[in-house]
Design a protein around this ligand. Sequence first.
Ligand SMILES: NC(=O)c1ccc[n+]([C@@H]2O[C@H](COP(=O)([O-])OP(=O)(O)OC[C@H]3O[C@@H](n4cnc5c(N)ncnc54)[C@H](O)[C@@H]3O)[C@@H](O)[C@H]2O)c1
Length: 255
Amino acid sequence: MTTARPLEGRHAVVTGGARGIGLAIAQRCMASGASVALWDVEAAALADAVRQLAPLGTVTSALVDVRDEDQIARAASQSQENFGGIDILVNNAGVLGPTVSAWEHTPAQWRNVLDINLTGAWLCCRAIVPVMLARQRGRIVNIASVAGKEGNGFNAAYSASKAGLISLTKSLGKELALSGVLVNCITPSAADTAVFADVPAEHREQLRSALLARVPMGRFVEVDEVAAMAAWLASDDCSFSTGAVFDISGGRSMY
Ligand SMILES: NC(=O)c1ccc[n+]([C@@H]2O[C@H](COP(=O)([O-])OP(=O)(O)OC[C@H]3O[C@@H](n4cnc5c(N)ncnc54)[C@H](O)[C@@H]3O)[C@@H](O)[C@H]2O)c1
């Protein structure tokens, strides 16, 4: 049954939680009663985020690069020590990578996007699934993208990483179906966040307009809209969905 604070007593780890969609998800989880650990690589943004969220409840932060399994292991142990376990993992950390033809990515650029967006999420699952299994309960929410369903032109590494994340969601969902740990992903269309900051200024507006033109509802998704869906997927109200892909694209991808 839905309550006003459906995540009361739960502890959530949000990767890439220092700003944008991750910060909105952390805020929504806290407003729903959860304590939250923000994992991110941006120290100053983390400090700002903690200041912003502290009035809502218990929030901690850790400098964690999701490419680094040792940093993940240390932060996961910290969460377990401080909060007695981890109930919710939101794999949100992500980068867009270069906006160029598929064959023009350098190998280093390609690997970096895959390392952060896909392998990073897998490394976090690798560390935290056993923690959830020990208590036979948990919710994992992966922030993928419509790009992972459709394969955006000129963002091949990004699109491939998000397709991989969708597939990881399905594999894990099947493997954990009887365990009490549910795994789902969200595929937003474009949100107006700093994810576009690395796109050269002269191409940024063009890219944003092209992305927006594909959305029948004709606007960016608000970070709070993604956060509301993530918080529901993190709650006990989500009880019979796993390995599933939840669309939030204003009608762009109706499948
Ligand atoms: N903004 C969009 O249009 C959009 C659309 C669909 C999906 N998404 C996905 O949503 C997620 C959040 O994106 P956003 O729009 O809020 O972008 P953002 O750039 O505002 O936030 C991303 C966060 O991830 C952190 N991060 C980057 N690399 C990291 C690493 N190696 N380890 C830990 N943290 C790292 C950044 O410091 C930042 O705080 C991403 O996975 C993105 O792909 C975004």
